[in-house]
Design a protein around this ligand. Structure first.
Ligand code: ASP
Ligand code: MG
Length: 417
């Protein structure tokens, strides 16, 4: 008998039939003798429509009240689910975030979990109850006010509970079958990975593979929670997100990610002096804008160029800020463009292999794709290219690093026999 935390996303509980379907899946596990804690998101679309309602009243609704409103989405789904579970003979009990004692700070709309007081959950489990916790929410320890963890926060609720309860596994049920070698909408030959390390997953999530919320991956890594990402709609195994030293086959490249949500700002003719970069980037970071790739050219005659990328949503603001500073530091010109994309290859095997970057550059060159910026980490290489070549680049890299489905070699073996 194991203690398992399961989380079901919004589409998995999108209507009453689906809620009943989830209850049946849970029952199958309970019948095997496992103890279950189920975390639910709001039914698909509910959080968005609550936000829209608030937006009809104010363009800047009070953050505390907005959280009170948004947590009702999950309140609906856990109540309906428990009713469905009880119809199937399971003694289910719903808990809102405050009842489950998910204690957070006071940052409404993006609260961080400080601690989970598991006593009540343990008591319920000991009484043989099926515990059903509302995702995405907690309570400010000091005031008792309701908080939310930020969009997509139910994954974090599930991982935090799995860590606090020392669950054997945290199963994240979603509408895809797991983590793929790349976006199957771009490359139909994309393959589901059986295993992926936390670090790879973090890179993939931050690069735009939207399977798991990034904060939940960081939390899983911190506490060593084994996360199983899998589909609600099949019984097939999904992808295990686990520590690197538990990975059976350390692939040189395990995934190709892309991100079209960045824009680029070029500052030309910057005096090459101490303090210039700090003058340029301080106002940007003070505005809460996250800078990604940065390149500074080698200077000529005491003058250089600085180029960097920011999220497209922050582009206008960043451009304004840079234009202001550019005057004070005596830069010659500021330019920006939004038709860029970042393609990246990720793999823990890169640590011990050379030539990975060269292969990436060669592959892009063969497709006549110009590389505009390059950024690397120990397990990732990213290239900024023209946006219109994104799909071509992704497919070429996927092929070059042998990630495509291995149908062909199998067929060959058969014919050889
Ligand atoms: N319902 C919340 C949202 O849509 C939290 C979640 O689904 O994870 O962001
Ligand atoms: Mg989600």
């Amino acid at each position: 008998m194991a203690l398992i935390v399961q989380k079901y996303g919004g589409t998995s509980v999108g209507d009453i039939e689906r809620i009943k379907n989830v209850a049946r899946k849970v029952k199958a596990r309970v019948d095997q003798g496992h103890q279950l804690v189920v975390v639910l998101s709001a039914m698909a679309g509910v959080t968005n429509s609550l936000i829209a309602l608030a937006g009809e009243i104010s363009s800047d609704p009070d953050p505390r009240e907005l959280d009170v409103l948004l947590t009702t989405g999950e309140q609906q789904s856990v109540a309906l689910f428990c009713m469905a579970a009880r119809e199937m003979g399971m003694p289910a009990r719903s808990l809102m975030g405050f009842q489950a004692a998910i204690l957070t700070d006071r940052m409404f709309g993006r609260a961080r979990i400080n601690f989970v007081e598991t006593r009540r959950i343990h008591e319920l489990l000991d009484k043989g109850r099926l515990v059903v916790v509302a995702g995405f929410q907690g309570v400010d320890e000091d005031t008792g006010d309701i908080t939310t963890l930020g969009r997509g926060g139910s994954d974090t609720t599930a991982v935090a509970l799995a860590a606090a309860l020392r669950a054997e596994v945290c199963e994240i049920y979603t509408d895809v079958e797991g983590v793929f070698t790349t976006d199957p909408n771009v490359e139909p030959k994309a393959r589901k990975l059986a295993q992926v390390s936390y670090e790879e997953m973090l890179e993939m999530a931050s690069l735009g593979a939207k399977v798991l919320d990034i904060r939940s991956v960081a939390l899983a890594a911190k506490f060593g929670v084994r996360v199983h990402v899998r589909s609600t709609f099949t019984d097939r195994e999904g992808t295990m997100v686990i520590p690197e030293d538990h990975i059976d086959e350390k692939l040189m490249v395990s995934g190709v990610a892309y991100n079209k949500n960045e824009a680029r700002i070029k500052v030309r003719g910057v005096p090459d002096q101490p303090g210039v970069a700090s003058k340029l980037f301080t106002p940007i970071s003070q505005a809460g804008i996250v800078v990604d790739v940065i390149i500074q050219n080698t200077s000529a005659d005491g003058i250089t160029d600085l180029t960097f990328t920011v999220p497209k949503t922050d582009y206008k603001r960043a451009l304004e800020l840079v234009q202001q500073v550019a005057q004070t530091i005596g830069a010659r010109a500021v330019r920006g463009d939004t038709d860029i994309a970042k393609v990246s290859i990720i793999g823990i095997g890169m640590r011990n292999h050379s030539g990975v970057a060269t292969k990436m550059f060669e592959t892009l060159a063969r497709e006549n794709i110009n590389i505009q910026m390059i950024n690397t980490s120990e397990i990732k290489i990213s290239c900024v290219i023209e946006e219109k070549y994104t799909e071509l680049a992704v497919r070429a890299l996927h092929e070059a690093f042998g990630l495509a489905q291995q149908n062909e070699p199998e067929a060959e073996e058969v014919s050889r026999v």
